[in-house]
Design a protein around this ligand. Structure first.
Ligand code: 0O2
Length: 200
């Protein structure tokens, strides 16, 4: 994929991501009508780099071409939402699924069913309609929703273990899993302070 092809590829994904970020800002301010609190702690977003797109296609056994990127990758645009409570994640997902102009494509609920290594997050892929001069097309945006403690664990695990080769892997993986369990217990304690457990 040439640099020009890459920039042509990502432009509509970038537009789709910006449209969704604005929608999320609005939901964040309006979701808890009866409360002064908002569900979102922080949001991050990124467009996958050219190198990352090519590496992912090669890992999937595919040619790293423009067409394959468009056909096979649904995380070219990505938003990570860090919430205070697990309940906030559920409420936000319910609201997102009710947005009639967004298409629900797929979700992976690693909070209900954590990965064997302890990874937790709720991933949802939504299609966002991007209008050009004489046409419109839906582009996928991957949203990863996590609590602060899930984000802490995932960031550390990404840094020290995810897709990495190192000695004593078994031991580190077991330690990371036990930290994940500790964080789940702590998170449950904090949940009792959640005043917006059900949507108000
Ligand atoms: P990176 O380095 O974050 O960009 P897919 O091909 O996307 O349909 P995939 O990749 O299995 O299938 O999708 P999944 O399970 O929804 O995971 C996508 C992303 O979630 C990953 O992106 C990571 O960002 C994150 N993730 C998934 N599993 C783990 C994990 O065990 N630990 C950590 N720290 N993050 C995880 P990438 O592209 O794999 O990697």
């Amino acid at each position: 994929m040439t640099d020009t092809e890459y920039y042509d590829l990502i432009r509509p994904y970038d537009d789709a991501m910006k449209l969704l970020l604005t929608r999320l800002e609005i939901l964040n301010h309006n979701i808890y009508k009866a409360s002064a609190e908002n569900p979102i702690h922080t949001m991050q977003y990124r467009i996958k780099s050219k190198q990352s797109i090519e590496e992912k296609l090669i890992r999937k056994g595919e040619e790293p071409t423009l067409e394959n990127a468009k056909d096979l990758l649904q995380d070219i645009a990505g938003i990570r939402i860090v919430c205070y409570f697990v309940g906030d994640i559920k409420n936000l997902i319910d609201m997102l699924k009710k947005q009639s102009d967004l298409i629900f494509i797929r979700e992976r609920d690693y909070i209900t069913n954590p990965k064997p290594n302890g990874y937790r997050s709720h991933h949802i892929i939504l299609g966002v309609n991007v209008f050009c001069l004489d046409a419109s097309e839906y582009y996928p945006v991957e949203i990863q929703l996590r609590t602060i403690s899930m984000d802490f664990w995932a960031a550390m695990e990404h840094r020290i273990s995810y897709k990495k080769e190192y000695d004593n892997r078994e031991q580190r993986v077991a330690e990371l899993l036990s930290y994940a369990d500790t964080l789940v217990d702590m998170e449950k304690e904090f949940e009792k302070y959640n005043e917006n457990a059900t949507l108000s």
